[in-house]
Design a protein around this ligand. Structure first.
Ligand code: NAD
Length: 482
């Protein structure tokens, strides 16, 4: 594939950005620089927005839904044809174990496949109204959509956000996370090869406070899709308010899994472990809290401790339980949380290992299980973004709901019980965008609407529902007489 070093994708062409300044691309597994990306500026964003506007006024604006769908599906095929190369790059750039990176490549392809198939199946309605009238609605694109994504799941998030926006006929400007932009650029090249008209999908890498800020402030943007932290999400919402544009915020989480005494523990165990350490815990929908009913608390905690003791962290290409954290800053942030937890005498019950030959420049941490965590402690309340699982007991169903809903977040919840009536009661009472019963899919499937409540954000991506968010309803009332 192309060498994107320091280029930006505008109008279907890889060009030099306005400034010659670049940013390093660091491999989190060893701390070495392996490439450089453009440090995009407001001038580049402006060019990207103009290019998107031209595509809407030109060929893309006239492309019928079935043709849009075919282009999306062509892109899906190309992603799968380049699966190995994308997998290796995602593993290297994010520090993600290879098999997890491969899952992300397949998910990215699946989004474009799903949305390609949906493009000609979204339609408006006719509405019964007054005598002598016919009323109908059209679903129209917003126009130019701005997309800001984080570094932790570039491929998956591109699939869901760019896939949804293109399906509805929008033209996109993407600002990937500065810590991991490589696969975003690769997907941009594959979109070019798939034959999308110039200007439909523009990519400007760079810093959040520069390129990102220019994107959210740009008056030519008609819709914003932001995935990232709650703090930056608030800035995005302010900018969206200033320009009166709709915004989707996919933010952080502190998701719980609630385990009742009648649960199938052998079935639950791998989900309880994996959902907390996937991508080294750097997952918005990581289930970083496990709430356990008292009669099985000791038994399940012991089972979890056994598993945690056998987890290993090491380079992404070793394909172990955990890779490194994304950056030394992220590692310091996590260590600070853990020092405070230690000072508060929290019970560090079990930890995994860092493999002996892990490069000293990598940002490795040991997977950690903390038991008996007080529900109000920061370890039980805040997103740590590391492989740390907080375990705590509860008395009864009432208290489990209270504890599960006790954080400022509400992204995903898991419930483990054989009792059918309780499954429904819990699903209704838990305050989160998704609830999984007797399973847990961090983030869920491509088909399943996803998004948060409370500080986890608002708006939905994934599934068909995303397509309503990426379009605007126009009502047409025709008075034709009787
Ligand atoms: P972040 O908010 O720091 O950065 C996300 C993106 O915003 C990056 O591209 C960054 O460059 C950009 N940005 C930063 N400052 C900006 C500004 N002032 N204006 C415009 N853009 C700006 O988040 P992060 O550390 O990269 O990612 C981790 C966070 O993302 C976690 O909180 C995680 O839970 C969340 N996340 C949520 C989802 C979801 O779907 N809900 C998915 C993945 C990650």
């Amino acid at each position: 594939m192309l060498n994107f070093e320091a280029k930006i994708l505008i109008d279907g062409t890889w060009i030099n950005p306005a400034s010659s300044e670049t940013l390093p691309v660091i491999d989190p597994s060893d701390g070495n620089e392996f490439s450089r990306i453009a440090r995009g500026t407001a001038a580049d964003i402006d060019r990207a927005v103009q290019s998107a506007q031209s595509s809407l006024a030109g060929e893309w604006g006239k492309t019928i839904p079935v043709e849009r769908g075919r282009l999306l599906q062509k892109l899906s095929t190309l992603i799968l044809e380049n699966e190995d190369e994308l997998t290796e790059m995602e593993a290297r750039d994010v520090g993600k174990p290879l098999r997890q990176a491969r899952v992300d490549v397949k998910a990215c392809a699946r989004y474009f496949e799903f949305y390609g198939g949906a493009a000609d199946k979204v339609h408006g309605e006719t509405i019964p109204y007054l005598e002598g009238y016919t009323v109908l609605t059209l679903r129209e694109p917003h126009g130019v959509t701005g997309h800001i994504i984080p570094w932790n799941y570039p491929l998956q998030i591109i699939g869901r956000t760019i896939g949804g926006a293109l399906t509805m006929g929008n033209a996109c400007v993407l600002k990937p996370g500065e810590e991991a932009s490589q696969t975003a650029l690769m997907v941009g090249e594959l979109a070019r090869q798939a034959g999308f008209p110039p200007g439909v999908f523009n990519i400007v890498p760079g810093l959040g406070e520069e390129a990102g800020n220019a994107l959210i402030q740009h008056p030519g943007i008609n819709h914003l899709s932001f995935t990232g932290s709650t703090e930056v999400g608030a800035l995005v919402q302010q900018a969206a308010a200033k320009n009166a544009v709709p915004v989707t915020l996919e933010l952080g989480g502190k998701s719980p899994q609630v385990v009742f005494a009648d649960a199938d523990l052998d079935k639950a165990l791998p989900f309880l472990v994996n959902a907390s350490i996937q991508n080294c815990g750097q997952t918005c929908s990581a289930a970083s809290r496990v709430l356990v009913e008292k009669p099985i608390y000791e038994k399940l905690t012991t089972m979890l401790m056994d598993r945690f003791q056998n987890l290993q962290s090491g380079p992404a290409f070793r394909d172990l339980s955990c890779g490194p954290l994304i950056s030394p800053e992220q590692k310091k942030r996590l260590e600070k949380f853990l020092e405070e937890a230690k000072a508060d005498e929290l019970n560090f019950a079990a930890e995994g290992k860092i493999v002996e030959d892990a490069p000293s420049g990598g940002n490795y941490v040991k997977p950690l299980l903390i038991r008996d965590v007080p529900p109000e402690h920061p370890v039980a309340q805040q997103e740590l973004f590391g492989p740390v699982l907080a375990v705590m007991p509860f008395e009864d169903e009432e208290q489990s709901v209270e504890l599960a809903n006790s954080t400022p977040f509400g992204l995903v919840s898991g419930v483990w019980t054989q009792d059918g009536a309780r499954q429904f009661r819990m699903a209704k009472r838990l305050k989160s965008g998704q609830v999984f019963i007797n399973n847990y899919g961090a983030g869920g499937g491509v088909e399943l609407p996803f998004g948060g409540v409370k500080l986890s954000g608002h708006g939905r991506e994934k599934g068909f529902e995303a397509l309503y968010g990426f379009s605007v309803t126009k009502t047409i009332a025709i008075q034709h007489g009787e």
